[in-house]
Design a protein around this ligand. Structure first.
Ligand code: PFF
Length: 459
């Protein structure tokens, strides 16, 4: 790889490193915490089917488009658009991403903090012989208590900043490479335990049997939002990571592997959770607490539960961490490259300014419940607006940019590594990013807009 002596830039050192980091970004709370409860609230099987359709037809092409922009320019999310489309409004797409990073990291670190509390509970054997009711109650008490979730959230933000501070090769790549495979093993073990519980079949039916009477414009928009959120696309995270990918890597293959791994983990999380939900008589649409209530119940019922609880919450925290670092990296790379702050200073400024919004978000769960609009507290609002509005909008702009603003030749050159291999999928890809994806996103979006009364209808 050619090295630019003027601006020596950190980068991933290996193929495995690229995949681990990008999959580390994609696989996170979105798969294990958010997917099951969003699917649960939106009809299970039918939601899953639409979700997978969006991943394949829109998600993978958007991801590839982000890699194309990033690797081509070797710049952060704003700088990349500035380089390719100077004196235009396109860099606003990057700023949309920076704002989404603030919103997402604020509520995401709240939930990441919950995972640390549950790790602590697992260590101190805190789930022993509890009923579904008492687990639910304890979760609610903790979530709304203010100070304790706040403490964990800030510890989590500190860990995130620590890794980002260390850079790409010696921070992000090093940690994700070890941690992601471990997560896969644990979630498979949990899935096996869950499906062998008595009464598990009902949960599998709920997850896999589509019931299309549940589908509305809002459900479809939720599926789109969830697919974007889960793949980490639509806000420049993968533009930023793409900018650290070497010129020899196959971008199409990378996008495909990362998306496949992400989808597999979401389905495995569903398999670990829904059978248990039905076996223990919990409502599948129990909302944000679903994972924190059902999984402790499974652990309590299984041989070696103490050990699995411990390792699960450890890995959930880690999965969250490999995602939060990718979000913080978006803002850090922007500040350090566009505003010429040193990387270290940029990390500290990014993390601490996002932490302010994060505090408001955690507090909105309880003590500052007044921070709400139409029955949605700040936490719900940030989650909904970022996943269902900002990411699809960002994704729409990204495919339009790569499909219509960049030249076909430049795009083909980037995905085939300057013609080094054939990239036989290139015309299908071009068709999708020019027509299919923008039309589908715009359609789902406008259709969902008709349901914006959801802002007023509570949860
Ligand atoms: N994809 C992550 C998850 O599923 O948990 C969340 C996420 C990370 C969203 C990075 C967006 C992003 F840019």
């Amino acid at each position: 790889m050619a090295i630019n002596l003027n601006t020596p830039r950190d980068s991933f050192s290996s193929r495995l490193g690229v995949i681990a980091a990008a999959a580390g970004s994609a696989i996170g709370l979105g798969n294990i915490w958010r997917f099951p409860y969003v699917a649960g609230e939106n009809g299970g099987g039918a939601f899953l089917l639409i979700y997978i359709g969006f991943i394949v037809l829109i998600g993978v092409p958007v991801m590839l488009s982000e890699f194309v922009i990033g690797r081509n320019t070797q710049r952060n999310a704003v700088g990349a658009f500035r380089k390719l489309a100077p004196k235009s409004l396109w860099p606003l797409t990057g700023f949309l991403g920076i704002s989404a990073a603030f919103f997402i990291l604020a509520f995401y670190t709240t939930v990441s903090g919950w995972t640390l509390e549950y790790l602590y509970l697992a260590i101190s054997d805190g789930f022993k012989a509890q009923s579904a009711e008492s687990l639910t109650q304890n979760f609610e008490l903790f979530r709304t208590s203010g100070l304790r979730p706040l403490m964990w959230q800030n510890i989590f933000m500190f860990l995130t900043a620590f890794i980002v501070y260390k850079g790409i090769k010696n921070g992000i790549e090093k940690y994700t490479k070890i941690l992601m495979p471990l997560l896969l093993v644990i979630i498979i073990i949990l899935g096996i335990r869950s499906v062998t519980l008595p009464g598990a079949a009902e949960g599998l039916t709920f997850l896999f049997k589509p019931d299309f009477t549940k589908i509305t414009g809002k459900v479809i928009l939720e599926a789109l939002g969830q697919s974007f959120f889960s793949l980490s696309i639509g806000m420049g995270t993968l533009i930023t990571y793409g900018s650290y990918i070497g010129k020899g890597e196959n971008l199409g293959k990378t996008a495909l592997s990362v998306s496949a791994a992400d989808t597999l983990i979401a389905i495995l999380a569903g398999v670990a959770i829904f059978p248990a939900v039905f076996a223990f008589g919990i409502a599948p649409e129990a909302g944000a607490g679903l994972v924190f209530i059902t999984l402790p119940m499974i652990f309590d019922q299984m041989a070696g539960g103490y050990f699995f609880a411990l390792i699960f919450f450890l890995l959930l925290s880690i999965a969250a961490l490999t995602s939060t670092i990718s979000v913080l990296e978006v803002v850090t790379a922007y500040l350090s490259e566009e505003l010429n702050l040193g990387r270290k200073k940029a990390t500290v400024i990014a993390a601490s300014s996002i932490a302010v919004l994060g505090v408001a978000c955690t507090m909105s769960q309880g003590p500052w419940a007044i921070l709400s609009v139409g029955g949605y507290n700040l936490f719900d609002l940030l989650e909904m607006v970022s996943a269902n509005i900002m990411l699809p909008l960002g994704g729409l702009l990204i495919v339009l940019f790569v499909g219509w603003y960049l030249t076909k030749d430049a795009v083909f050159a980037e995905i085939s590594n300057q013609g080094k291999f054939k990239a036989g999928f290139k015309f299908a890809y071009l068709f999708i990013i020019r027509f299919l994806a923008p039309i589908a996103i715009a359609f789902v979006f406008l259709n969902g807009l008709g349901f914006f009364s959801i802002f007023g209808s509570g949860n």
